[in-house]
Ligand binder design. Sequence first.
Ligand code: UGA
Length: 463
Amino acid sequence: MQTRLRGADQPADLPEGRSTPLVVAVIGAGYVGLVTSACLSSLNHMVRCVDIDPTRVESLRAGRVPFSEPGLPSLIQDGVNDGRLTFGVDAVEAARGADIVFIAVGTLDGAGRWTDRHVRAVLETLLRGPEVPPLLVVRSTLRPGRMSELHELVVASGHSTTLLLNPEFTKEGSAVADFLAPDRIVIGVPAGSTAEVADPLLELYRGIDVPVVIADHASAELIKIGANAFLATKITFANELARFCREVGGDMAAVRRGIGLDPRIGPDFLRTGPGFGGSCLPSQVDLLAAMSDELGLDAQLLPAVGRSNRAQAARIAREILATPPAPQRVAILGLAFKAGTDDLRESPAIRLLEELHARGVRDMRAHDPAIDALPSHPSVEVSRDPYTAARAADILVVATEWPQFHRLDWVRLAGLVANREVYDTRGVVDVDAATAAGFRVRSLERGPRAGGAGERSAARNVA
Ligand code: UGA
């Protein structure tokens, strides 16, 4: 197997300039598929995006995007207006005459379990079609090891098509920018083939000047999932180190800055909080832990990361309720799993809310700039502004790092919050303004014994 690693220290052999427009089909108009489709069409390629759900396709044709992602609606609109981006329901039809077909369908079932059923079904459909495209590219995240099984299906079909893996590294809230200016492009090729089989994909990305890593399928699978597992570990490490920091009277912001300046560590993903959430990090850490069990790999670290992360919300809930007078009415600011999105999947804010409920708090209101209602928790009243949510609450709990929460009117809040107390799990509150208005500010970053020498940093913890 010839594996080429193209890094910054090696001559990049991505072709110069912009690519000639290619015809691309993207199967799946979910989060990954839509971002891929819109961004490729903005690079001048002709993109046919397909989804099994005709209602979703109709909405997309009318310019309605089913989730919030900055920059995506306008990119879709531009593509549709220019005729470079079309939507349909027929995968075989879209693949006809396409240079490249991306498979970007879901890999978690309704109960959050990993499944390659949908990817496999799309692949089988395409392989049975009248005209099998020369290049099939999996964009979905799979359980490591699955790509070689899918490759076997291609080999068994007798077609000369190539199956590649091209994992995405986009973050919700900045997915368009991450796609168009990524840190790296990773391409997984079948074991035993040469790196040249990836050339058409490099042509597609021509003009995006970044290091390219071409490796066998299994390595590319582990680059994707390994990156997320490492990020999850870093966050968990920060949350644990912050507890030591508070105990001895330190300031976690100063500690983060001090350790993050070491280039071997770096400052990113060391922000403390109620734990990592979303549709990617928790499920991928759990997947590696489960694989370790199944395969007898004796992994110790990743199962512990998952456990520590799940326990974080309970720790915070205990602390909120430990100081007398224990609050009865809690206003939660932030519900999404992170700022910049309306995504509630595996949201640590929801975990925190549930932990408070389990400990007897029955009166909970909430506000999130991107969320109007919480049907999964009907007893939680969601307000359109933070001040309505705060009215007659005993305590405010900041659970998502929306920058708006740095600019709250603390004088106004002082007249609304009975105990004048705020627990800031994200370090986003303007501590000086809140303190001046009479609030007691508690955070994960500084304990009651913290000295004054550290940076006043809750406010500087915003990404
Ligand atoms: C993550 C990865 O960051 C992307 O690179 C990857 O492409 C994506 O998963 C994926 O696999 O599709 P995302 O799920 O959008 O992206 O969210 P992150 O920005 O990674 O945040 C995950 C969680 O960690 C959030 O709950 C966030 O609030 C939390 N977090 C993040 C912290 O608590 N502290 C930090 O310092 C950073």
